[in-house]
Every structure is written in structure tokens, then in C-alpha cells.
Design a protein around this ligand. Structure first.
Ligand SMILES: NC(=O)c1ccc[n+]([C@@H]2O[C@H](COP(=O)([O-])OP(=O)(O)OC[C@H]3O[C@@H](n4cnc5c(N)ncnc54)[C@H](O)[C@@H]3O)[C@@H](O)[C@H]2O)c1
Length: 329
């Protein structure tokens, strides 16, 4: 049985990936500082309460366990907050990843799957679905911290036999179809959980930031990807690194993960009203700076090379799963 170190494995996407790793016969060692994670979200594996920036702890972990590979989720994730206070993002996301990569090199662990983001592309020039080869021009420090890590992965692959895959997620949504785990960000800034908070009465209404974008209904369009599909993509990426990349070779590649379908903010709200049966209020607000009108993935490369296909591509199903989880709690 292969053992995978999962920094950030108690968070939203990490915890779903730990569940998928278990289903596929891997053992997980979860390293999380619980700045935003939840012990009850970890359904399998061993939990270590600690920080990726703690060099001594990383050495102890790599000395104690026979780690075969790493799937790295641990990061600060709020793009808006990164504009206001960028240095903690560089510290945690970039310097933290550097510390982890250096520990991996010291202990000869040579495979990593890295959580990257659509934010590396910045403001797209047109409404075409984004392909991986587009220029990487992040418009906020969060995207920049993630792109910096991808650059490190690219450079060490060119100079050694270090093997990595960066997965560029679009908007993670939904939750475990069995409602055991779900999205518990604090503070919550993602549209679907916020909309469901409006439906459940936890918040008074939902705000639509910008209703004059050049889209059919004036609101921003995004590509929502079910978190269980993201989780499965990590397992595919991991097996690709084990099975398809020769031991002696360095390797780095990046893959978009999305469904290729775009939904506007108004469409998300309408779908949530149908799923929940609650006609909650939606308020029109001014645009927020730095929100692109249209962000949709071209995920052909992941489909073709990783043989990955989303199992839950329907927005309605993502919202149903997230709603079931919320009601369960
Ligand atoms: N949620 C999305 O839509 C989305 C989209 C694109 C990329 N991503 C990336 O995916 C990853 C996971 O996102 P998420 O939504 O699950 O976020 P999350 O906040 O739920 O998970 C991150 C986890 O990392 C832990 N963590 C943070 N800093 C740490 C540190 N220094 N040491 C140890 N643990 C630490 C947190 O406690 C948390 O459990 C992040 O890297 C994020 O940038 C997320």
C-alpha cells in the first residue's frame, strides 16, 4: 500500500481527496495546522497537527513514515484578502511550499500533486475556454503565490528527476454525495455555500456583484466543478506520476480541472431556488475590482492525458449535494 502525505488534508478539497485515496487503496498521512481545516472532515488516515513551514516537523514526518508521494493542498485561499494583506500569502503558499519541496528533496520523495488555480491566468482577453498554454498573468497575490510554486516545480523537474503535476482548479463546489463531509470555510466567500446560507436563513440575502458585465444576463460566468470530481482527478494525477513517468526522468505538467460549462451568478441563484424551494432575496451590487466576466476551463488535456472525466457535471447536482450536507448539519 502506498503512503501519501497530504498537507491541508483536513480542508474542503483535501478531505474529499483523502476519502478518494482511501477508496483507491492508498494510506494518507494528513498534515494540517487547522487554520481552516476540521478534524471531523478527515474520514481516513492519520492526522498530524502541524505546519508545512515547520522544517523540523517535516523531517520527523519523512523519517517516521515511508512517504511515496505528496498531494499538497495547504494554503491560504482568499484572493480578496491576498490583495489587502499579501505577505502572509507569500509566506504560507510560496515559502511554505518551498519548505515542503526542500524537505522532499532531502528525503528523496520525488512525486507531488499540487493544488493550483485558474487564478494563474488572471484576466482573460476573451470569452474562450481557457487552455493551459495561455500566458500566466495573475491579477492578485493569491494567483501569483500559486504560479510561483508552479515555476519552482517546472524548474526542479528540468534539473532533477523530481516529478510533479499542478492541477488548476476552477470553482470547487458540491460535497461528498453521501453528505459525510462538505464545505466549511470560515469565513465563507464562495458563491454556492453563500447562496445556500441565504436559502437556509443563515444570511438575509445574497449579493450579486456586478450585473452589467458583457454576459447574457449581465452577471459573471464561472465553471463549477464538483469536489468529488476534483478528488478523483488527484488520484488520476498520482497514478499518472507513478505509472507513466519514468523513474529516471524529471517531469512537470499542469492540467485545468473544470466541466467546460459556464454558469452565471443569476443561474446559480435560480438553480439554488429550485433545489431548495426557497425564494431568497438576491441584491444587485456594484462590480468588485478584479472579477473577470467569464472564466471557463478547457479541460481536454486532463480528459485525454489523465483519462479524467467529471462524474457530476450538472450544477443542479452540485447544489443538491451541498444542500443535503447543510441540512444534515
Ligand atoms: N476551493 C476552491 O474553489 C479552490 C479553487 C482553486 C484552487 N484551490 C486550492 O485548493 C487548495 C485547497 O482549497 P480548499 O478550498 O480545500 O481550502 P481549505 O482552506 O478548506 O483547505 C486548506 C487546508 O490547509 C490547511 N493549512 C493552511 N495552511 C497550512 C499550513 N501552513 N500548514 C498546514 N496546514 C495548512 C488549512 O487548515 C485547511 O485545512 C488550496 O491550495 C487552494 O488554493 C481551491
Amino acid at each position: 500500500m502506498k503512503t501519501i502525505l497530504v498537507p491541508g488534508g483536513a480542508g474542503f478539497i483535501g478531505s474529499h481527496t483523502v476519502a478518494a485515496l482511501h477508496r483507491h487503496g492508498y494510506k494518507s498521512i494528513i498534515l494540517d495546522n487547522f487554520s481552516n481545516g476540521h478534524k471531523e472532515s478527515v474520514l481516513h488516515g492519520e492526522i498530524i497537527d502541524g505546519d508545512i513551514r515547520d522544517t523540523a516537523l517535516l523531517d520527523t514526518i519523512f523519517n517516521t513514515y515511508e512517504i511515496d508521494a505528496v498531494i499538497h493542498f495547504a494554503a491560504f485561499i482568499e484572493a480578496g484578502e491576498s490583495v489587502v494583506n499579501p505577505l502572509p500569502f507569500y509566506d504560507n503558499n510560496t515559502a511554505g511550499a518551498l519548505n515542503l519541496l526542500q524537505a522532499m528533496q532531502r528525503h528523496k520523495v520525488e512525486r507531488i500533486v499540487f493544488s493550483s488555480t485558474a487564478a494563474v491566468y488572471g484576466q482573460p482577453e476573451n470569452d474562450n475556454a481557457l487552455v493551459e498554454t495561455l500566458p500566466k498573468l495573475p491579477i492578485n497575490p493569491y494567483g501569483q503565490t500559486k504560479w510561483a510554486v508552479e515555476c519552482m516545480l517546472r524548474d526542479i523537474a528540468a534539473s532533477s528527476n523530481f516529478k510533479s503535476i499542478a492541477l488548476r482548479y476552477f470553482n470547487a463546489a458540491g460535497c461528498d454525495p453521501e453528505s459525510r463531509i462538505g464545505e466549511l470555510h470560515e469565513p465563507e466567500t464562495h458563491l454556492i455555500p453563500l447562496v445556500l446560507q441565504a436559502a437556509s436563513g443563515k444570511r438575509k440575502n445574497i449579493k450579486m456583484f456586478g450585473t452589467d458585465y458583457p454576459t447574457p444576463d449581465g452577471t459573471c460566468i464561472r465553471d463549477y466543478i464538483h469536489v468529488s470530481d476534483l478528488a478523483n482527478a488527484h488520484v488520476k494525477a498520482l497514478s499518472y506520476l507513478f505509472d507513466n513517468v519514468e523513474e529516471k526522468n524529471g517531469f512537470y505538467d499542469a492540467f485545468n480541472l473544470g466541466t467546460g460549462q459556464g454558469f452565471s451568478v443569476r443561474e446559480v441563484i435560480e438553480t439554488a431556488r429550485c433545489v431548495t424551494g426557497v425564494n431568497f432575496d438576491a441584491i444587485e451590487e456594484e462590480r468588485r475590482p478584479g472579477d473577470p466576466a467569464f472564466l471557463v476551463a478547457n479541460a481536454d488535456k486532463a480528459n485525454k492525458i489523465l483519462k479524467w472525466q467529471p462524474e457530476y457535471p450538472e450544477l443542479e447536482e452540485m447544489i443538491q449535494h451541498a444542500w443535503a450536507f447543510l441540512k444534515n448539519r
